[in-house]
Structure formats: C-alpha cells, structure tokens
Design a protein around this ligand. Structure first.
Ligand code: RM4
Ligand code: MN
Ligand code: MN
Length: 433
C-alpha cells in the first residue's frame, strides 16, 4: 500500500460515528433555518462546492522571519513532495485542486515527470510565479538594484529572459497565468528616478505580456514596502492598475491581502478594480501590521467576508472581466504548514459561504432608502450565520473531511513523512524550498 492510500484509509476515522452524527444534526438544523429564510440548502452546498483556491508550493515548508527559521519535521524537500502535500490538502478539503509554482524555487529537471506526478496525485497547476527578488547561484548579473526597473539594459534583459523561461515552465505544466511581483524599489530618496523606474518596468512587462500564450493572463501584484523601504516601483493598486491598463485586456491586478498599509480599506480597492474589469485575483493571507502572511481570516475575518461580498455580488451581476483567480500566499513559521493550509481553505470557504447568504435585493433597497442600520444588518445577518455545517457538508460530499485539521492529525501523515523525509542539515535548506 503506498503512502497516500495508507493515509487515505485513516482519513475517514475521525469523521466516523459520533462526530459524523453531530455534523448531520448541525447541518439539518442549519438547512432548516436557511430554508426558512428563503434559501435552498442544496443550492448553497453546490455553490460552496464551486469555490476553489490554489495552494502555494512555497508554503508547505516552514517559513522564516529575518531572525530565524525553526524547521518542522517531515517537511517536503522536493517539488514532488510539495505536490504530495498539496494533494492531501485537496483531498481533505475538496477545494484546492491546483498548486502554484514559484520559479526557480520549483525548478524541475524533468517536466514530464512533474506532469506525471500531478496526474497520479490528481492535481493541476495554477499561475506560475517569477522571482527576480533574489540572485540565484551562477546568475550573471545582480538584481541588488532592481530587475525590470534597473537602469542597466543588460539586467533588464536578464529579468525578461527569466520571465520567458517561467512562461515555458507554465506552458509545459498547463498553467494559464503568470504572476509578477517585483521587489524593485529604493531605500533612499535620490537612489532611483521615480518616473523612469516605472517606465522601465512597464516596457519590460510589455515584452513579457507579448510573449505569453493567447489564453494566458498576466497578474501584476503591488506591495507598498519591503524590501524597498522608501519607494517601491509597483507600490499600490493605482500603479498596478496603470500597468494592467498599459499592457492590455489579459493583464489584471492581483490583490495580496497583506500588501497594504495598516487600516487601508481593501474591500474598496477590490470594488474599484472589479468596476473596471481589472481584478485578476488574490493572494489570500491575513496580517496585523504588514506582509505578515498569517492564516487567512485569523486577524480580520470581517474584512475577508466584506471582500467576498464584493466578489459574490460581482459574480451575480456578471460583471465584464470577472474571473478571479483565488490563490493563497502565506508563510508558516509556527504552525504545521499543512494544518495552516487546511485552516486557511476552511476560512476561505466560510467567508465565501457567508457572502453567498447576503440578500442583495434587500441590501439594495436599504441603500436606496438610506436605511443605514438595516443595510448594515443585512450584511451582518449573513456574516453572523454559523456556516460551518454548510461548508463541512460541501467538503464531505466531495470526499473531504468534516473537520480537515482533526482528520489530518488522526491520519498519521506527518509522522509517516517524518520517517520518509529526514530533515535537511541545519542551515542547509533555504527558507522557501
Ligand atoms: C512577496 C509576494 C509574492 C510572493 C513572494 C514570496 O511578498 O507576496 O507574491 O511570491 O513574497
Ligand atoms: Mn503575494
Ligand atoms: Mn507578500
């Protein structure tokens, strides 16, 4: 019996018996309540089942902060092992069928093998991510002072070539999008031309955009600071939108929830981008201070709900250009990465399910009549509904677990991997591998 099926056998255990019956009771009670409010429980289950999110290959091993990294046990050491972990997260949630690759962290010698592994594991590939924020061993020119924004044409050329290679990897595995996040920026006033650097980024991106297959999208991801502490080139959603507009219809903006200054209204940004058909997708995570990469929904669950409310509304209204790519971008430096991802998918499913419960017609009426309290209550009514049984039922019917974290713990998967995947020597493994 191989590792996956040994684990699979045990996955059913925690859902059996008592917990299973408790879930059935809870689901029946919620379904009855929702039917009383005019919903069809079956339609809601089907809707929740349609929600899918991509897993980041770089989140399966323990991440670090600039002060250190405390490795876990049984962590994946290769792309194949990351894909095994991703397949397990999908199996337990029924909602994470694709993995997003980061190149060159996921550079593979044999892409045929990668494809064969994916087929065997039942997963696919989401957007491919480029990396010009680090120098790689043997790289000819340094990105220390920027990649696409670099004043040196040779450095810019090298960065463009890298993106063309990333596209080739994506084509080989069946990706349909390229996500570009640039660390380009400056630490000190005067270090770089604020306008010139942006123009250079736009010109390089135009070349990359032109090289993409016709059915691909390019996502530009903004971030206010880090590693640039004075002026990041693609600093905010306005810069990102300017780039997406300059590139063309298949370029859209990616909103990483951690890439905003404290107290910025992210759902408003989402609404603005939706309004012009330029909302490409998300990197879900949560944060208290900066790009903390914490579990989605762990710090500001109401914000997450309000974002999903904008998305569900846009979907119902069939806004032009609405086809958001849902992805996770987190760094797990304390939690078991698989457990953190299971928790994340569940949080996203819950936020999505709650947003599906908003009575849009009633909300519009209250907005039109200026009834502030009732408008807010319409949102809160949905947000405060305990949708856990609904989400659990959606998962269960897809062969997933009612409680994925408990099912994972009961499966013995991590213990088994600890034997199969001996730890790398201390200091030997880069943070994201
Ligand atoms: C960045 C950004 C990118 C991600 C890297 C690892 O802060 O969020 O999306 O690829 O981190
Ligand atoms: Mn990101
Ligand atoms: Mn980030």
């Amino acid at each position: 019996m191989d590792a996956m099926s040994a684990t699979s056998e045990r996955l059913a255990a925690p859902d059996a018996g008592h917990a299973e019956r408790a879930h059935e009771r809870d689901f029946a009670a919620l379904a009855e309540r929702l039917e009383g409010e005019g919903f069809t429980a079956e339609a809601l289950v089907a809707e929740v089942q349609r929600f899918e999110v991509a897993l980041p290959s770089w989140a399966f091993a323990t991440g670090g902060t600039r002060f250190g990294r405390f490795s876990g046990v049984g962590e994946p050491r290769t792309l194949r092992e990351k894909m095994e972990d991703a397949a397990l997260v999908h199996r337990l949630t029924g909602a994470a069928p694709r993995i997003s690759l980061h190149i060159p962290w996921d550079a593979a010698r044999d892409l045929d093998e990668v494809r064969a592994d994916a087929r065997r594991l039942g997963i696919g590939f989401d957007a491919v991510n480029s990396n010009t924020f680090q120098d790689q061993p043997g790289q000819a020119l340094s990105y220390k002072l920027g990649s696409f924004s670099n004043p040196s044409a040779a450095v810019r050329r090298q960065a463009i070539e890298h993106h063309l290679q990333v596209i080739e990897v994506g084509k080989a595995v069946g990706s349909k999008a390229l996500t570009v996040w640039l660390a380009d920026g400056s630490n000190y006033p005067g270090q770089m031309s604020l306008r010139g650097s942006f123009d250079r980024v736009r010109e390089c991106l135009q070349e990359v955009y032109a090289a993409m297959p016709e059915d691909w999208r390019l996502f530009t991801e903004h971030k206010p600071y880090e590693p640039a502490f004075y002026a990041t080139v693609v600093q905010d959603w306005g810069s990102s939108l300017l780039l997406a507009q300059a590139l063309g219809p298949r370029a859209q903006c990616l909103v990483d929830l951690g890439h905003h200054l404290p107290s910025v209204n992210i759902e408003l940004i989402v609404a603005r981008l939706l309004g012009v058909g330029k909302l490409g997708g998300f990197h879900f995570n949560d944060s208290k201070y900066g790009d903390d990469d914490l579990t989605a929904g762990s710090i500001k669950p109401y914000v997450l709900f309000l974002i999903f409310h904008e998305l569900v509304l846009a979907g119902r209204e069939r806004l032009p250009g609405f086809d958001p790519a849902y992805m996770i971008d987190q760094s797990h430096n304390l939690k078991d990465p698989i457990e953190a991802l299971l928790q994340t998918v569940d949080q996203l499913q819950q936020a999505y399910a709650k947003a599906c419960l908003v009575d849009h017609a009633r909300l519009a009426e209250h907005q039109a009549s200026g009834d502030v309290i009732m408008a807010e209550r319409t949102l809160k009514q949905a947000y405060e509904t305990d949708v856990r049984p609904l989400v659990a039922e959606a998962r269960r019917r897809r062969g997933g677990a009612v409680d994925p974290v408990l099912a994972f713990r009961a499966s013995g998967y991590r213990a088994q991997k600890t034997v199969e995947r001996p730890a790398a020597p201390p200091g030997g493994a880069p943070t994201h591998l």
